[in-house]
Design a protein around this ligand. Structure first.
Ligand SMILES: O=C(O)CCC(=O)C(=O)O
Length: 290
């Protein structure tokens, strides 16, 4: 018995993206909201990224320009480690069941994070494909972006190029520099042909790991909070260190570990491990050459 219908599953594999409403219960959605609101309140007391993940990097990342009056908390790394509600949404919700319909029966977690765009914050995400940050032996990997707030055309929705998961892997290294972003001219062309993933709070956007995507700053007066869970098929093994390490990595949320590995053929440049966060990697502040 699947949660997703045959047409929805076909649409996911054709387009590389599928948005579905009611991925968590209203009660769980309220709990996710309450925990996030608490973290925003806490952030007012900080003027630099703070807290610690299991690798010692900050758990809470703030946008330059953040202040007590205008908080701009842009990232919470591995929220499942500090919140029962976020753990439950990741491991035991309709969202988890939907992911199993796509890449199951055996599904394990790779990492989780919250990407937030508070009103007035300039946070944007440059175009990229997730697989180049988190290469695995095969690409049966789903990035599930759960909308904790309503996501509208104006509050910085995810923008995707449907079908791009079936095309090439676009470099995110340029002239020996890891920019974490697809070249500007290619990205501009993608943007011109893109679709926006919008929906009421509680919806999930299920995205294939090779799908090209980005998102613009929030130009509205409403927040845009996404809880992002990256799940892989049980037989996909990571090729590089997890850029958002978590004690929950490798946890089977569906099925079991069969001890099998499956490979696909592809070539790519090994990603650079972030010194602080993904956002810093995409800005000039964390660029290094090799
Ligand atoms: O927060 C966003 O708008 C984009 C998220 C994203 O790029 C990702 O999860 O790979």
């Amino acid at each position: 018995m699947t949660i997703l219908g045959k047409e929805q599953i076909e649409a996911f594999w054709r387009d590389g993206v599928l948005t579905v409403e009611n991925a968590v219960t209203p009660e769980l959605l309220s709990a996710l909201h309450a925990d996030f609101d608490g973290w925003v309140e806490e952030s007012r007391a900080h003027s630099a990224p703070y807290g610690a993940c299991i690798d010692g990097r900050p758990r809470f990342d703030i946008q330059p320009g953040h202040s007590a009056d205008h908080p701009a908390l842009r990232r919470v790394q591995a929220p499942t480690e500090i919140s029962e509600a976020y753990y439950k949404a990741m491991a035991e919700s309709r969202m988890t069941d939907m992911v199993a319909d796509l890449i199951g029966p055996d599904v394990k977690l790779h990492h989780t994070k919250i990407n937030s765009k508070l009103p007035g914050a300039a946070t944007e995400v440059k175009w990229h494909q997730d697989f180049l940050f988190t290469p695995h032996t095969n690409s049966d990997i789903v990035t599930a972006l759960l909308m904790v707030d309503d996501v509208t055309d104006d509050n910085g929705p995810l923008e995707v190029l449907p079908g791009s998961h079936r095309g090439e892997l676009h470099p995110i290294w340029h002239d020996g520099v890891f920019t974490g972003a697809i070249a500007d001219d290619v990205a501009a062309d993608m943007q011109a042909r893109s679709a926006r993933c919008t929906g009421p709070a509680g919806s999930v956007c299920l995205m294939h790991t090779r799908l090209a995507h980005g998102s613009a700053p929030n130009r509205s007066k409403t927040p845009r909070t996404l809880f992002i869970c990256v799940y892989t098929a049980g037989d996909a093994l990571p090729l590089t260190p997890n850029p958002v390490p978590t004690e929950h990595q490798g946890h089977f949320v569906k099925g079991r570990d069969t001890g099998r590995v499956r490979t696909e053929s592809f070539e790519l440049s090994v990603p650079q491990y972030p010194k602080t966060s993904f956002f810093a990697q995409q800005s000039k502040s964390e660029r290094e050459t090799v």
